[in-house]
Design a protein around this ligand. Structure first.
Ligand code: G1P
Length: 288
């Protein structure tokens, strides 16, 4: 039995306070890594993984995200007049390729609440969640790696990464057993534990493929860490009823919600561009 997952929920309602003042008027998801807004890397990862319906959970001030995946007739006309067909095609392919629907998260009540806001658009089918603060670079898109497991097992899967013990307080942490190389059967999950209480150093990174029963759990779950409705708490509840897996994904992970992570991603992605790699390496040598 193969279950085809089609929908990607992408929460983009956050204020991005860690990247102020840049995010005072520009949504953090529109800040560019080299020349491409970070949201585009995330949406392309979803698309390249076979997900065809993008559901943004937005808030006031985030309209530019939807505009970015729409056509821009005036701009396209100017590019056509100037004969810049390469950029014209690039822009048009973004808008042709991706269909975005959006729903507003009316109150900032946490990640779990953001995902619950998408319930009517998702319906009773499995779906992926991609957090735009996490960028993962790998030939096999991170969420595709999780979908492979969901398609085989029919149960929820989260992306995992080992982190140093002091950092566990920044993540959802799992307790589990490695049943196949990289694949863990999860027994428990806890949101941002104290390092001394954490059940492991396996952290949840912002990629999930979830069974639709998660919505019932999200409706029932009480506010947790920080007084917010936590996705991790709802997943822990779902895990009491159904199997739940974690996968230590392959690839380079960047937390771009963090200043250093954002700069690291910018440098790494610039070094992957043939036109920039040479001169940038040269420059880095002179300043390091
Ligand atoms: C969220 C989740 C956390 C997860 C993290 C991954 O936290 O609540 O469980 O480990 O994303 O990036 P946030 O970074 O939004 O505080």
């Amino acid at each position: 039995m193969t279950i085809k997952v089609k929908k990607a929920v992408i929460p983009v309602a956050g204020l991005g306070t860690r990247l102020l003042p840049a995010t005072k008027t520009v949504p953090k998801e529109m800040l560019p890594i080299v020349d491409t807004p970070s949201i585009q890397y995330v949406v392309e990862e979803a698309f390249d993984s076979g997900l065809t319906e993008m559901i943004f959970v937005t808030a006031r001030g985030k309209d530019s995200l939807e505009d970015h995946f729409d056509f821009a007739p005036e701009l396209e006309q100017v590019l056509e007049q100037r004969g810049n067909t390469e950029m014209l095609e690039k822009l048009q392919s973004i808008s042709t390729m991706i269909d975005v629907v959006s729903v507003r998260q009316k109150k900032p009540l946490g990640l779990g609440h953001a995902v619950l806001s998408a319930r009517n658009l998702v319906g009773n089918e499995p779906f992926a969640v991609l957090l735009s603060d996490d960028i993962v670079d790998d030939p096999t898109p991170c969420v595709r790696q999780l979908l492979n497991i969901y398609e085989e097992k029919g149960e929820s899967v989260v992306a995992l990464r080992r982190v140093p013990r002091p950092d566990v307080k920044r993540y959802g942490i799992i307790q589990g057993r490695e049943i196949e190389p990289r694949t863990h059967a999860i027994d428990a999950m806890v949101e941002k534990p104290d390092p001394k209480d954490a059940p492991s150093e396996l952290a949840i990174v912002g990629r999930y493929v979830l069974h639709p029963d998660i919505f019932g759990c999200l409706e029932r779950v009480k506010p947790g860490k920080g007084g917010e409705i936590q996705l991790t708490d709802a997943m822990a509840d779902l895990n009491r009823q159904r199997k739940f897996y974690g996968y230590e994904f392959t690839g380079e992970h960047y937390d771009i919600g963090d200043k250093l992570g954002f700069v690291r991603a910018t440098v790494a992605y610039a070094l992957k561009r043939p036109d920039l790699a040479g001169p940038l390496k040269e420059f880095l040598r002179t300043i390091a």
